[in-house]
Design a protein around this ligand. Structure first.
Ligand SMILES: NC(=O)c1ccc[n+]([C@@H]2O[C@H](COP(=O)([O-])OP(=O)(O)OC[C@H]3O[C@@H](n4cnc5c(N)ncnc54)[C@H](OP(=O)(O)O)[C@@H]3O)[C@@H](O)[C@H]2O)c1
Length: 331
């Protein structure tokens, strides 16, 4: 087997925001990447694509044979109105995809020795003030229910011989590489229009992680034999919603941000944004008590640095696209 093949990482659900950004990161570090998704990835990139239906075994399972690691990101976006059919798909896309990956690692002769499983920091629910860690009680409601089911499916699916790592991940702040950038794009647009103020009293938590730190953490999970079990994947300084929007306004250069009451948010989400108002009205503070203790250092630990870096990169890319000279003089 060629070296690159021995270094193959399979990213299930890898065609979206996080999968594409992780695939670029891993490929730059010399890994071979396979993306599993239900239709051909629209973007060209340094990966191989295999089609699956996220429910049944097929030719795609051979991608796992001899792979160095499996990363599972598959799951329908939660950024939608929670109609019964959407809720059903949110749950089934996660549980069934995880189960069939479990069947696949049992079907191949040489399964990947490590499986990194996405989970959500929303599994802790929406406690208004408590700061949740790996050892905190899980919450109540739809998101904790889905999170529990997702993690239970993973525990039942990971091979006894495999190292399994679960990342309860908070809001990922990252660039759009053609596969979206999660909710940050919408929040930044609101901030630019002067609508990025506090929601309600603005005290609910917004926990976040910079994409590069998530990539580094996933790579560490793949390669460090000590890492095992559940981790909170979130930067060490979560902020309130009001502070998050203040920093975002600063990053996009908009001095004002009109505040919104709960009923305004409910109307805007229902009729304009077509999403779940609870995503804006509630939040949580999470930090990890394991990640740093086990030697991982966040490169971007404060929100102002994360946002400044992201928006500076974006402006540089826009200038390059427009053919303008770079303000950075060569040394
Ligand atoms: N972005 C964040 O801030 C964040 C934070 C915490 C956790 N997460 C979780 O991380 C995962 C990836 O997030 P993302 O932001 O990259 O999401 P995304 O851009 O919406 O990508 C989701 C991925 O899941 C697949 N998928 C969507 N619906 C599916 C279905 N019904 N059945 C099987 N696969 C389906 C998509 O592949 P197809 O090409 O097959 O559609 C895509 O590759 C998700 O599970 C998300 O809940 C994200």
């Amino acid at each position: 087997m060629p070296d690159a093949e021995r270094n193959r990482i399979v990213i299930a659900g890898g065609s979206g925001f996080l999968g594409v950004s992780l695939a670029h990161y891993l490929a730059e570090r010399g890994y071979a990447v396979t993306i599993l998704s239900r239709s051909a990835v629209k973007l060209a990139g340094p990966w191989r694509h295999a089609t699956w239906d996220a429910r049944t075994l097929g030719a795609w399972t051979t991608e796992l044979n001899g792979a160095a690691g499996l990363v599972n990101f598959a799951g329908r976006s939660v950024n939608c109105i929670k109609s019964p059919d959407h809720v059903d798909e949110i749950l089934r896309s996660r549980v069934e995809a995880t189960r069939v990956l479990g069947e696949a690692v049992r079907a191949v002769a040489s399964p990947p020795p490590v499986w990194v499983q996405m989970s959500t920091a929303h599994i802790y629910g929406d406690p208004p003030r408590a700061v949740c860690t790996e050892s905190s009680a899980l919450g109540h409601g739809l998101a904790p229910f889905v999170g529990r089911a997702w993690e239970e499916a993973f525990r039942a699916s990971v091979l006894p011989s495999q190292r399994g790592v679960v990342l309860r991940t908070s809001f990922v702040l990252g660039r759009d590489r053609g596969a979206g950038s999660g909710a940050l794009g919408t929040l930044a647009a609101l901030a630019r229009w002067g609508l990025g103020g506090k929601v309600g009293d603005g005290t609910h938590g917004m926990s976040w992680i910079y994409e590069e730190d998530l990539h580094r953490l996933v790579e560490r999970c793949l390669t460090n034999p000590e890492m095992c079990g559940v981790y909170v994947a979130s930067a060490p300084h979560p902020v309130s919603q009001a502070e998050f929007m203040r920093e975002l306004r600063r990053a996009v250069g908009m001095p004002v941000g009109l505040p919104a009451t709960a009923w305004m948010v409910r109307l805007a989400c229902r009729f304009l944004l077509r999403t779940d108002p609870e995503l804006a009205l509630y939040g949580r503070y999470v930090v990890s008590e394991r990640v740093s203790r086990e030697g991982f250092e966040f490169r971007v630990a404060t929100l102002s640095v994360a946002l400044a870096d992201l928006f500076a990169k974006r402006q540089r890319m826009e200038r390059v696209a427009a053919g303008a000279p770079s303000p950075i003089r060569p040394s």
